[in-house]
Design a protein around this ligand. Structure first.
Ligand SMILES: Nc1ncnc2c1ncn2[C@@H]1O[C@H](COP(=O)(O)OP(=O)(O)O)[C@@H](O)[C@H]1O
Ligand SMILES: [Mg+2]
Length: 237
């Protein structure tokens, strides 16, 4: 069996039958506050532990805020490069603070691929996170244009050879179907479930090309050490 890429969350790696498959893109979906960002950071830090550099591309949360959140877990983020690609309040213009040749470029997928490519050459990461692709979706009026551009982004990520996590925010309007699910190699879903008047967090693997996986929804918790998944427990007692 080929070597798996560990997410760094033990219970989740068990659900994935060892981890992710190297070089492929995965989607992490969930509602606001579900733990998507935390999960992705754990994935990058796990790589950093093994001398695999990680690149985190923030499309929503300013880098300073993100670092503050992560420091509260006691994480120093050594070996993780954060690229702040947030936009100026919905203007479609980047706040990008890099030495990139583009000054105040328009925020679109073509430019995003360009700046990621610069970082790949310069920094040589093995793991990439794009958090979140929901900001990309908002750029489009036509679904066909969005699909074409998301597909070119995902194909670019596959060609990079890096193992990638993309996050997507699911809301009440969205329903259950995200186009990104069909374009990525796997889907990790974070849930918030109400049982007997109590809200519990849970995680499921809904798709994993090229591998078997645990098909149960498993309880999880956000603790002071990050996300913990209880891979042998059920959410239904
Ligand atoms: N030290 C902690 N202990 C428990 N929960 C925490 C801690 N730090 C943050 N959280 C919880 O983590 C959630 C935010 O996680 P985050 O990964 O940013 O969510 P998302 O990216 O899906 O919006 C919040 O609901 C917050 O309450
Ligand atoms: Mg987030």
């Amino acid at each position: 069996m080929t070597e798996r890429v560990k997410t760094g969350i033990k219970g989740l790696d068990e659900m994935l039958h060892g981890g992710l498959i190297e070089g492929r893109p995965y989607l992490v979906s969930g509602g606001p506050g579900a733990g998507k960002t935390i999960l992705c950071m754990q994935f990058l830090m796990e790589g950093a532990k093994n001398k695999e550099k990680g690149l985190y591309i923030s499309l929503e949360e300013p880098a300073a805020e993100l670092k503050k959140d992560m420091v509260s877990f006691g994480w120093d983020l050594q070996g993780v490069k954060i690229m702040d690609a947030t936009q100026e309040a919905g203007s479609g213009i980047w706040l990008l603070k890099t030495d990139s040749v583009m000054s105040k470029p328009e925020f679109n997928v073509t430019n995003l691929i360009k700046v990621i490519n610069d970082k790949l050459v310069e920094y040589k990461p093995k793991r990439i996170v794009i958090d979140s692709v929901t900001s990309i979706r908002l750029l489009y009026e036509r679904k066909t244009d969005m699909r074409r551009d998301l597909l070119s982004l995902i194909n670019f990520l596959i060609k990079s050879g890096c193992t990638t996590m993309l996050t997507a925010e699911t809301g009440s309007r969205e329903g259950n179907s995200l186009m990104e699910e069909f374009l990525t190699s796997g889907l990790i879903k974070l849930h918030s479930i109400e049982t007997r008047g109590e809200r519990i967090s849970a995680v499921s693997v809904d798709k994993m090309r090229g591998s078997d996986f645990d098909r149960h929804i498993r309880p999880m918790k956000i603790t002071n050490d990050g996300i913990v998944v209880f891979s042998s427990e059920s959410i239904f007692e």
